[in-house]
Design a protein around this ligand. Structure first.
Ligand SMILES: [Zn+2]
Length: 668
């Protein structure tokens, strides 16, 4: 009986795998979607009734259902080396010359492939089963992303060899995962609707998706892959790249149909040029071509440099340029107040998308290139989604073109724009500028600043959009009932938030100085300012020279501090803070020597004699940094009770670990 069920399940799986291949790999389905769904639901039903028969490679298990904490690092059996690039036909010819010279032959066959703009991966198969998938990583070690790769429907979970077909016991297929353009625009449209940050290009979207820890989310991204070769193979039954590709295709991998074997370098160049013109007709991005010496024994003879094989090279397409008319220049206010001029272009198609805007970076750049409104301009898109204006075509000028001048006032709030010479940037420094408000408040409430617990992104978003606050000073005037009326805000959490806000009023001055968000003033300079000047008023009145006289404050920061306190709108906000009772005077004497200067500490677990915040504050007061995660730059890990995963990481990285007693000694 049981044997019958097992057989039935096995048959269904085989059949689904077969139809997956027909549909996702070969693009010639044999059955209707309904018939396919019927097979799948039959299998699911049987597996539900016999959970002991579920295997990880069953087609029902493409999504694992568990959420990972991170990816494990794995070693590649054969390193995944990077490739050298060429940019012209001449460079390709030189490569061919080198190859023939090294091999001492007159003629070499090459395999030419499309260079897919995606993420390189390695897929390991043992006894016809997919056992592991990994990213390229640094070429020697990558991340184990098996679960995420399984969600890609064209990846064969099992290989069903045709009769007489020889399959290596253990082998590695290599390829590129990519996001089709259509999928990319679908996802970005959705992100735009949800007011989320957009992906810059399909490659970014693809690599971001493969890093997700929940494979059900990866499944929704509809990634796909092209397999372009083998890595480790044992035993090998093929002697050339072209034969290896044949094998992969036979075994059910998705191998790109445009791969071509060329018998001379001129044929290679011609094929590269052909695709340079045709690349936009594809449904995915390619950024060049790859040529490989076909014969494996030649490849072996040629060997590799420390970085890249001598038998393979890429030809990168030049970035596409187009001419169009620059109709206007507008300015945009970024989230931190930077004002960026943006070119409004007559819409033109460039690298597969319609372009109507391009960044102009800053006023200096516009002057340097002498770009004027009304100019014919050349634009270029080099890999990124935001196109650039390369140069004006001056010969096409009619004399009616207008020079650009940075407006004097911020388009979002009408306050005066400051140009900051040293950074060639223009900025709106108004704390209440609606274009910057949300980010400013997030910063103000953050852990290193006023540390207002419970004041998260979602709350701030609502406060700003409902116009309940116009600047961060207004936080201190919020009422319990107003907060309780917000979405996802219970009565209790409103009370907690109110008391967290109240508590923050008596923070040390250094926190407030940092929270103000004065450009260039970080945690440490905020501490120096508050310990030198003792009160916010004193800092506000300081002249540039006085500020600059302090060792650690340079001319750029001094000017930035000076400007900040001389902006009318900012003074208004500071008055608001004072009236609300926010402490603006240094009360606790601060240590004067910076005994921990330049040292970075991370605290894990709970300490007996300090709260974590207090401990971090003490570190900062002594000139050290307190960080929340362990990295190569961490000097000390302070070990409290019930430490987390930071301990293991610190051990791995060889970070010095100290206990609370040793920590107290260091503070003395
Ligand atoms: Zn503004």
């Amino acid at each position: 009986m049981k044997k019958d069920i097992e057989d039935k399940i096995e048959k269904l799986r085989e059949s689904i795998n077969y139809h997956d291949r027909r549909y996702y790999v070969e693009n010639r389905p044999e059955i209707s979607d309904q018939e396919y769904d019927r097979l799948m639901s039959q299998l699911k039903k049987l597996e539900d009734a016999h959970p002991e028969l579920v295997t990880p490679l069953s087609p029902t298990q493409r999504v694992s259902g568990e959420i990972l904490e991170g990816f494990e690092s794995v070693e590649h059996r054969v390193p995944m080396l990077s490739m050298d690039n060429t940019y012209s036909s001449d460079e390709i010819r030189e490569f061919d010359k080198r190859v023939r010279k090294n091999l001492q032959v007159d003629k070499v066959d090459y395999v030419v492939e499309l260079k897919i703009d995606g993420v390189s991966i390695s897929l390991l198969y043992e006894n016809n089963k997919f056992i592991r998938g990994a990213t390229r990583g640094d070429g020697f070690r990558g991340d184990d992303i098996t679960g995420n790769l399984k969600t890609i429907r064209s990846l064969p979970l099992n290989i069903n060899p045709k009769k007489d077909m020889k399959i290596p016991t253990l082998f590695e297929a290599r390829g590129e995962v990519y996001m089709p353009r259509k999928e990319f625009s679908r996802i970005n449209k959705r992100k735009e609707k949800n007011n989320e940050e957009l992906f810059a290009n399909p490659r970014n979207a693809c690599s971001g998706s493969l890093k997700l820890l929940d494979s059900s989310m990866v499944m929704e991204r509809h990634l796909d892959m092209w397999i372009y070769g083998v890595g480790y193979v044992n035993p090998a039954f093929f002697n050339t790249q072209f034969d290896a590709l044949d094998f992969l295709r036979e075994a059910g991998f998705r191998v790109n149909p445009y791969i071509k074997k060329c018998h001379s370098i001129e044929e290679v160049i011609e094929y590269c040029k052909e695709w340079e013109h045709k690349k936009d007709s594809l449904e995915y991005d390619i950024d060049g071509m790859v040529l490989k010496v076909d014969s494996f024994s030649y490849q072996k003879k040629l060997g590799q440099t420390s970085k890249s094989p001598r038998w393979m090279i890429s030809y990168k397409f030049p970035a596409e340029r187009k001419e169009t008319v620059l109709e206007d220049i507008i300015v945009q206010v970024g989230r931190t107040g930077t004002i960026t001029p943006v070119a409004i272009l007559k819409p033109v198609e460039l690298s597969g998308s319609v372009v109507s805007r391009a960044t102009l970076h800053n006023q200096d750049e516009i002057m340097r290139k002498d770009i004027r409104v009304g100019d014919h301009v050349l634009i270029e898109k080099a890999g990124e989604i935001i196109p650039q204006v390369i140069e004006p075509i001056k010969s096409k000028r009619t004399g009616k073109e207008k020079k650009f001048r940075m407006p004097e006032k911020c388009p979002a709030c009408d306050s005066l724009i400051k140009s900051i010479e040293e950074e060639v940037a223009s900025r709106c420094e108004n704390l209440s500028c609606p274009a910057q408000l949300k980010e400013r408040i997030v910063y103000f409430a953050s852990r290193n600043a006023m540390d207002i617990e419970g004041m998260g992104d979602a709350i701030i978003e609502q406060l700003v959009s409902k116009k309940m606050v116009e600047d961060y000073g207004d936080i201190y005037y919020l009422k319990h009932d107003e907060l309780a009326g917000l979405e996802r805000m219970a009565d209790k959490s409103a009370s907690n938030l109110i008391s967290a806000i109240r508590k923050s009023k008596s923070n040390n001055l250094n926190r407030l100085v940092y929270a103000l968000g004065i450009r260039h003033v970080g945690v440490r300079s905020a501490w120096i300012l508050s310990s030198r000047f003792k009160s916010l008023d004193n800092i506000a009145q300081a002249e540039v020279g006085q500020l600059e006289a302090i060792n650690e404050i340079g001319p750029i920061m001094a000017r930035s501090i000076f400007n900040f306190f001389r902006t009318k709108e900012n003074r208004k906000v500071i008055d608001k803070l004072k009236r609300a009772g926010v402490d603006t005077i240094t009360r606790n004497p601060l240590p004067t020597t910076l005994t921990l200067e330049g040292k970075t500490f991370v605290i894990t677990g709970s300490l007996d004699t300090f709260s974590r915040e207090a401990a971090e504050e003490l570190i900062r007061q002594r000139g050290g940094n307190a960080s929340s995660s362990v990295s190569k730059t961490t000097d000390f890990l302070v070990l409290g009770k019930d430490p987390g995963s930071k301990l293991e990481k610190a051990r791995k990285l060889g970070v010095k670990i100290i206990d609370e007693k040793e920590f107290r000694e260091i503070l003395k």
